[in-house]
Ligand binder design. Structure first.
Ligand code: FMN
Length: 395
């Protein structure tokens, strides 16, 4: 059974240098116009120096119409290519793989122009979305493929199709949000159809040697959403595709739902599901969620549950942690304790630490979740104006 320092051979032929990934995190550090900044170069440079085998940029948008936040990068239209290349150069130092997580927020998109679009009409807790037309849905496989191709031109060395956490493709998979009666709705197979078409389209466009991963939920942790039995059937469907890695997560960013990045319960979270998924697929499996200590990561690998361990918050606290684990220095990250936990507050606190690393090359453990939420909100307001002005001809 593998250890942290073992290579991982992906089905496409690419070899990752060890078993630690920097999990996808939306860093909110884009320039508000979909292009990378020097702060991102610094941040991804720190992670590359830190020793993880692969670094995923969260929520890299396939277009400007449905971002998760206005600090996201945008792959189509791909502007400021030299800034993408500078980011990729920093992020791929030290033999690090650098993958773009292909995102479209669907009903969870921040406002851009007109109502958000989703598989079916949605009108809950301040979220309003209209149903995508069959034509709009049918166009998505080509749009994801174009974005993946642009990701490769921009210097990314792989892509991950984001089908977790309540965003567009998770909405299509979910019986709660997908009530369509056309070929993309109904049975679990039909709700998975769009994701399978996107995987096929991305693979045929980028070719056989480029890593293509997918992130799915083990459970949406939402009444009426996807539960483990159905997620395992999805894993069996993914086994038949040309995917390189299945990245297992859970939860959603819908108001009132549990999100993995806001969780404070003891982890790791998704290993039991990963063990069951093993019986349904031979694809490499990764999970992020709740890893705090080296021993937990080692156990996840040596028990055979997963092939790759993803770290998000641990690598915000210390981007150099993988190297310390691999060199056996015995050092661990010290996780903060929060006296209050308003919804989204923990994620916002970590987002602010990402900003500190990117801006100053250092981060403190100070500040409350309330201050972090206020800072994230202020940035959202100023970046919204930039985004809408910059992309107005695209809507
Ligand atoms: C600040 C922040 C931003 C995140 N953004 C994303 C994202 O863009 N895409 C994604 O799939 N997960 C995102 N996540 C979730 C992480 O990838 C991960 O699944 C979750 O934080 C649990 O892992 P951890 O316990 O190691 O933090 C984010 C997490 C944090 C803390």
């Amino acid at each position: 059974m593998p250890g942290l320092d073992d290579h991982l051979h992906l089905p496409c032929g690419v070899v990752l240098k060890n078993r630690i990934a920097k999990a996808a995190m939306s860093d909110d550090l884009g320039d508000g116009c979909g292009s990378p900044t020097e702060a991102q170069q610094r941040l991804y440079g720190l992670w590359a120096a830190g020793g993880a085998a692969m670094s995923l940029v969260g929520e890299t948008q396939i277009g400007p119409w449905a971002p998760e936040n206005y600090g996201n990068l945008v792959l189509e239209p791909l502007r400021e290519i030299k800034h993408f290349h500078a980011l990729a150069e920093a992020a791929t130092a030290n033999g690090t793989h650098f993958w773009a997580q292909l995102g479209h927020a669907g009903a969870l998109a921040v406002p851009v122009s007109g109502p958000a679009k989703a598989p079916s009409v949605l009108d809950v807790s301040g979220i309003h979305a209209v149903e995508m037309t069959a034509e709009e849905v049918g166009a998505l496989p080509d749009i994801y493929a174009k974005a993946a191709l642009n990701a490769r031109s921009a210097g990314f060395t792989g892509v991950e199709i984001h089908a977790a956490h309540g965003f567009l493709l998770n909405q299509f998979l979910s019986p709660l949000f997908n009530r369509r009666t056309d070929r993309w709705g109904g049975s679990p197979e039909r709700r998975a159809q769009l994701l399978l078409e996107i995987i096929a389209s991305v693979r045929s466009t980028v070719g056989p040697g480029f890593p293509v991963a997918v992130k799915i939920n083990a459970t949406d942790q939402l009444a009426g959403g996807i539960e483990e039995a159905e997620a395992l059937d999805l894993v069996a469907m993914l086994e038949e595709t040309e995917i390189d890695l299945i990245d297992i997560s859970g939860g959603a960013y819908f108001p009132g739902a549990a999100a993995a990045s806001d969780g404070t319960k003891a982890g790791p979270y998704f290993l039991d599901f990963a063990r069951m998924a093993r019986n349904r697929t031979g694809k490499p499996l990764m999970t992020a969620g709740g890893f705090k200590k080296k021993a937990e990561a080692e156990e996840a690998l040596s028990s055979g549950a997963v092939d790759m361990v993803g770290l998000a918050r641990a690598l915000v606290l210390d981007p150099a942690l993988p190297g310390k684990w691999l060199r056996e220095t015995g050092e661990e990250s010290v996780f903060p304790r929060f006296s209050s936990r308003p919804p989204g507050g923990v994620t916002a606190w970590y987002t602010e630490r990402l900003r500190q690393w990117g801006t100053h090359g250092a981060a403190d453990g100070q500040g409350s979740v309330e201050e972090a939420l206020a800072q994230v909100e202020r940035r959202k307001i100023s970046n919204a104006a930039l985004w809408k002005n910059h992309f107005r001809t695209e809507f």
